[in-house]
Design a protein. Sequence first.
Length: 245
Amino acid sequence: MAQLQRLTIAASQWSDRQIALTEAQQHYLYRVLRLKKQDQFIVMDGQGQGWLAMLQTEQTAQVLEPIALQTELPIAVTLLIALPKTGMDDVVRQATELGVQRIVPILSQRSLLKPSGQKLDRWQRIAQEAAEQSERQFVPEILAPQAWATALETWNATIGSCFFCEARGEHPHLLSTLLARPTEAPRQDQTWMVAIGPEGGWTDQEQQQALAAGYQVVSLGARVLRAVTAPLMALSLMAAALEMR
């Protein structure tokens, strides 16, 4: 089962155990993967459910049976990332592989990038492709960019544990902070949030806003990481801490 190709489908493609394949999906399955009629693959809804399916015609597939999947982190992780000048495509792709459930792009005071709606659509497509490749059950949600103060109105300590990564100063390491947490069994309705700043770092005002919202300031180590490296370091540590439990 693990060797079968994963494909995410929209609810509008499903009707009475039949799947209407889009032109792009037909091209991918038949031309790129070289599958043939009656070959099997796995379809996912991007919301945690998966099914074994079989190609019927050039345009359709038949759902055979549901399958059990368990590839998600036991706690939902949200990444709040101040938009870097370049490299956001790679951050979305690799954060998806590491198990993030949601990405909130932040327009910080030092952010230079102001992405268009087309960028947001591109990031969502990248997340879907990465979720299929890494055999995820969920396709991460990519939210519209928002100001830091606006994001904190939702993504604060009232809904979960919040970590604010700061490159300068004396702060506890994120890993030691995670490992020191109580060892009760994690639940999917729990949420961890991690905030990563831009190339120039967070401003003092932004840090004070984070503290007021219940964030714990943490370090990612003695070295100053690039804005596109820091989120991957943080998410790797979080995934490791969760999967060691």
